[in-house]
Design a protein around this ligand. Sequence first.
Ligand code: PLP
Length: 350
Amino acid sequence: MFDLDKIVRPNIKAVTAYSSARDEFSGEAKIWLDANENSMGSATEKNYNRYPDPLQLDIKQRLKEIKGVGVNNTFLGNGSDEAIDLLIRAFCEPGQDNMIILPPTYGMYTVSAAINNVEVKEVPLMDAFQLNTEAIINSIDTKTKLIFVCSPNNPTGNCIESDSITTLLNEFSGLVIIDEAYIDFEESKSWLKSLDAYPNLVIMQTFSKAWGLAGIRLGMAFASEEIIGILNRIKPPYNINQITQDVALDALSKANVAVKNEMVFVLNVEKNILTTQLSELSMVQEIYPSDANFLLVKMDNAKSIYDQLVVNQIVVRDRSKVLLCDNCLRITIGTEEENKALINALKNIN
Ligand SMILES: *Cc1c(COP(=O)(O)O)cnc(C)c1O
């Protein structure tokens, strides 16, 4: 039922990728005079005068060892944001096709769709922030190309039940994109192991959360070789800069993977402590279950609590105007000290 060829935009099918100097000659040489780089070096102490690897193969090789996903099934982007944008651009004809999102969810899907002049259909989550699978299926039309499922979901924190995702994968002839930005905090619920089973599955992950590398802008997308091939063909040739590639490779060393895992462990412990302490405050109405590094908390008067926290120099995210998130604050798990300061500040608010 799924036919990739039928859902790619015709102009994208016809695009020939930019052929860089490094594409045209990638063997060994002593003297490189083919890319108009500065042969003398850089204006900085460390040299960055050479263009970076367009396909970031060293990073993808390490990711393969860590995640078990093939090099040709892996795309790296300048943040997940780049993968979101490229997926929309590759598959949705502006002013014609549409995509489905499941609010309340990450804001970037809508922004990227708007930039690309692509219609967004919204099918709100139901009780416990789970999918209304029937309504999603009913809202699919012949012009629907993508469904974005965020799991664990931002801002609600929960994972989406696997049965409903399986239904979408089986019933929808477009792409089901699962955004797993927070999956390191609950790795067992990742869909990576199902990649081979579904030709229409795309999984996005990021270095911005558990890895603590939001500043280097590096996102991942995993999918069939055919889908990844399309993304690679239309991306800017050198989309991941050398500094980011160096830092990512360092992060993926055995020792630093252990550092990441330890941070995830500590943050999950802190999340449990913060949940207990928040639940003892009278202003707190509900703390939603979270598989991520944040808590969505329903409060008596979220806006006023937000304002008073700001006076205490503590900034959380006010989500009280967001669909299904009345009076909710989204609170990122901080360090032990930061979480204590937050609880103290809340105790002094009335
Ligand atoms: C933080 C976040 C991302 C990460 O985006 P980057 O561009 O990789 O920093 C992606 N998706 C969701 C749902 C997020 O909350």
